[in-house]
Design a protein around this ligand. Structure first.
Ligand code: HEM
Length: 408
């Protein structure tokens, strides 16, 4: 075991500016760190993070979400385990895969993407982060739930506050207060809609949740509200960062960008490699149920474990030349990249593997295809600074682009 002093601190400005050099030092010489300020044990090697997520021996729980997220969402599937988790997850899972995704929600995804692109395609310039990525996924979730997209600004503010609360590693009181305000505001907004929807069930996901029975019991209004809050946050912020990152990666690698433009069948490869190289979520926590031996050290029972996805995905013992963005790499399995058999760790692994992975893939494929169709000569604005922002979740701050304005 090593002490935190030997490596850059995950709360330092240097780490926030560029965490990758620190991740390397951690993997090589400090793979298990007791981090006083966050009260957690930090792990960074691929084999350790994979083992914790897969949790074959039942050594880890998601009880950390009791304090990490329940104060803003209420209780959600992230915290649940066993049968309770399986049953509740099964309620939403069908909407995010297979025929329901293809037939019911793909048109919603396509329409939402088109509406956003139509607003800037005639202008010749846009910021793909503010004009597109931060709006598209949250609009899709709002539409899927049958909520009013005109409330977009509020949804965006809420999910940003929720994710900030989740990643409030320093315990900033303003972030805590904003999270608590969000819980109140979201409840005031959602509970009347849920009551109204129960009386007028439709074809949307909120109606499915209202009508669903779990073990013969209907979900309460509070349960449904918590679920919606989770969906907006889990499906908004993450996919928002993913879309910005895939474009940043491609625009910064013109040869690979040209290949994708030529063969759109390469989009899933570019997305999988983006998830490995620049994952939207850089850290996920777990709680140890027993004492655990990891990378030569011991984590006591009942401890919080911070799993560094961003570090594990760049482990040179798993991926060759890991800092290189290469959509053609042969050591990343693209066919399984959006299922729990994935080898990158961006969606976690095991029982809590991201339930929205295929929805995210559908959004990214649609988005990239439509943007390339509408803006064929899309390029970065001169002097673009590819700075990323965020420690818990991470992505490009801005993505200013230029293109020939569409005619007509
Ligand atoms: C690229 C985009 C996305 C990334 C990187 C991502 C990442 C993750 C990660 C890392 C987890 C595991 C959390 C844990 O184990 O503690 C997770 C779970 C989850 N994700 Fe995603 N996610 C994405 C898109 C989405 C979308 C579009 C939705 C749908 C609205 C969604 C809904 C969920 C839900 C509900 C869970 C909890 C699953 C469970 O506890 O069983 N995610 N996601």
């Amino acid at each position: 075991m090593s002490t935190a002093q030997q490596v850059p601190d995950i709360l330092s400005p240097e780490f926030a500016a560029d965490p990758y050099p620190a991740y390397r030092v951690m993997r090589e010489s400090a793979p298990l760190i007791w981090h006083e300020a966050t009260g957690s044990w930090i792990i960074s090697r691929y084999e350790d993070v994979e083992r914790v997520f897969k949790d074959k021996g039942g050594q880890f729980t998601t009880d950390n979400y009791d304090w990490q997220i329940e104060p803003v969402h209420g209780r959600t599937i992230l915290q649940m385990s066993g049968r309770e988790h399986a049953v509740r997850r099964a309620l939403v899972a069908p909407a995010f895969r297979g025929s329901e995704l293809q037939e019911k929600f793909l048109p919603v995804i396509e329409r939402n993407s088109r509406e956003l692109i139509d607003a800037f395609r005639h202008t010749g310039s846009a910021d793909l982060v503010t004009d597109y990525a931060t709006r598209f996924p949250v609009n899709v979730i709002a539409d899927m739930l049958g909520l009013d997209k005109a409330d977009h600004a509020r949804f965006h503010r809420w999910y940003t506050a929720v994710i900030a609360f989740l990643g409030n590693l320093t315990g900033d009181p303003e972030v805590t207060a904003a999270g608590q305000r969000t819980r109140v505001e979201f409840a005031e907004y959602m509970l009347p809609i849920i009551r109204e929807r129960r009386d007028n069930l439709g074809d949307d996901l909120l109606s499915t949740l209202c009508a669903a029975e779990v073990d013969g019991v209907r979900m309460s209004d509070e349960d449904i509200k918590a679920f919606c809050s989770l969906l907006l946050a889990a499906g908004g912020e993450t996919t928002d960062k993913a879309i910005a990152s895939i474009f940043a990666n491609l625009l910064l690698h013109p040869e690979q960008f040209a290949a994708v433009k030529e063969d759109r069948g390469l989009i899933p490869l570019a997305f999988a490699e983006t998830l490995r190289h620049t994952p939207p979520v850089h850290m996920i926590m777990r709680q140890s149920a027993t004492e655990v031996e990891l990378s030569g050290g011991t984590i006591p029972a009942g401890a919080t474990v911070t799993c560094l996805i961003g570090a594990a995905n760049r482990d040179e013992n798993r991926y060759r030349d890991p800092d290189r963005f290469d959509i053609f790499r042969d050591d990343l399995t693209t066919t399984t990249a959006f299922s729990a058999a994935a080898d990158h760790l961006a969606f976690a692994l095991g029982r809590h593997f991201c339930v929205g992975a295929l929805l995210a893939k559908a959004e990214v494929e649609t988005g990239v295809n439509q943007l390339l169709d509408a803006l064929p000569d899309l390029r970065l604005a001169d002097g673009y600074d590819p700075a990323e922002q965020g420690v818990f979740t991470r992505g490009p701050q801005t993505l200013p682009v230029r293109f020939t304005p569409a005619a007509g």
